[in-house]
Design a protein around this ligand. Structure first.
Ligand code: DAH
Length: 347
């Protein structure tokens, strides 16, 4: 330290006085001011570092003088900053065009799968069905065994079903029929539910199929439920959903229903689209259905000598493609906003 103590004191005081003359009229100048006085290599810091060269009996006073400088610098800085900010805000307000149109708020859209599911749900809710839910990661028992699917059934094959590695007996559900088993083991009739959800199959992805898709399951169990009840319920659905005037039930097989059927709706062959969808027959296959196999009731602890029921299961994707004229199933899962945006105003 070359300067004498008196010089240091005088220097601090001089700097303190000079500070009032600094230019702080712009944000840039203010920042330079801050760096010069209050920065880590600034004047205040520098003077404080000289403390050790000050004789002990003068340190208190020195401390007070440097502190006065620091406070003066901070005060100047804060005041100038507040002033600059107020000015900037004023300029913004003055140049604000109150007649300019508002910033558009981007509207979200329901996904076509969700829209389709909701339509199906509301149709069934109107006739007393309520929504039930089940897990996508499911135990073999609910997905297959309770549903009367034999150990050697091809659906259980690794080629068709995703099994969870390291969790024996656990799989990704292959259909929403697991919810039937879940609901029937948990509560007793009358049961009237629909269960929408995602299902998984080990399939090659193409324009017509995907390894992940959606289904809606239906189940009605009570005393005296008949095949005629099923037919009328499904006809009502076909009318409401597609405006169909005719349905057709073809005998089929499912392990969990007996008898089983597949339901087609009549679209006709008038339009190109209808001919393509129905492969020229006029009939579009919509769902699988049947009377709940008594063995399934018993597996779930329901007395099959007292109760009967019907069940059905349908895929959502194909219905969504038809409802919205979407040509390729993969478009549904690409999350391209250009597709989704088109549904911003759909129901
Ligand atoms: N679970 C069947 C499937 O994924 C669909 C199905 C058919 C469900 C008949 C049912 C039914 O409840 O009764 O192909």
């Amino acid at each position: 330290m070359s300067v004498s103590n008196t010089e240091v004191f005088a220097e601090v005081r001089r700097v303190t006085e000079a500070l009032a003359n600094e230019d702080v009229s712009t944000f840039e100048a203010l920042e330079e001011f801050r760096v010069k006085y209050l920065g880590t290599k600034g004047l205040v810091k520098g003077f404080l570092e000289q403390m050790r060269h000050i004789p002990a009996d003068q340190r208190r006073e020195y401390g007070l003088v440097v502190n006065a400088l620091k406070q003066a610098a901070e005060l100047r800085y804060q005041k100038a900053k507040a002033k600059l900010e107020a000015e900037a805000e004023h300029t913004r307000a003055a140049t604000l065009d109150l007649t300019a149109p508002g910033e558009p708020i981007p509207l979200g859209a329901r996904h076509p799968i969700a829209i389709t599911m909701e339509r199906i749900i509301s149709i069934f809710e109107r006739i007393g069905f309520s929504v039930a839910d089940g897990p996508e990661i499911e135990h073999d028992w609910y997905n297959f065994t309770a549903m009367n699917t034999p150990e050697d059934h091809p659906a259980r094959d690794m080629q068709d079903t995703f099994y969870i590695v390291g969790a024996p007996g656990m799989l990704l559900r292959t259909h929403t029929s697991n919810v039937q088993a879940r609901v029937m083991t948990a509560r007793k009739p009358p049961i009237r539910i629909i269960a929408p959800g995602r299902v998984y199959r080990n399939e090659t992805i193409s324009a017509r199929s995907h390894a992940q898709f959606h289904q809606v399951e239906g189940l009605y169990v009570d005393e005296g439920v008949s095949f005629a009840d099923m037919k009328q319920t499904l006809f009502y659905f076909a009318q409401q959903m597609f405006g169909a005037t005719k349905i057709r039930l073809r005998p089929s097989f499912f392990p969990f229903t007996e008898p089983s059927a597949e339901m087609d709706i009549w679209l006709g062959t008038k339009t190109e689209e209808d001919r393509r969808l129905t492969k020229g027959t006029g009939w579009l296959e919509i769902l699988g259905c049947g009377m709940v196999d008594p063995q399934v009731l018993e597996n779930c602890g329901i007395d099959s000598s007292r109760y009967t029921g019907f069940a059905f299961g349908m895929g959502i994707e194909r219905q969504a493609l038809r409802l919205f004229g979407i040509p390729d199933i993969r478009l549904l899962f690409e999350n391209d906003v250009r597709l989704l945006r088109q549904f911003a105003s759909a129901l």
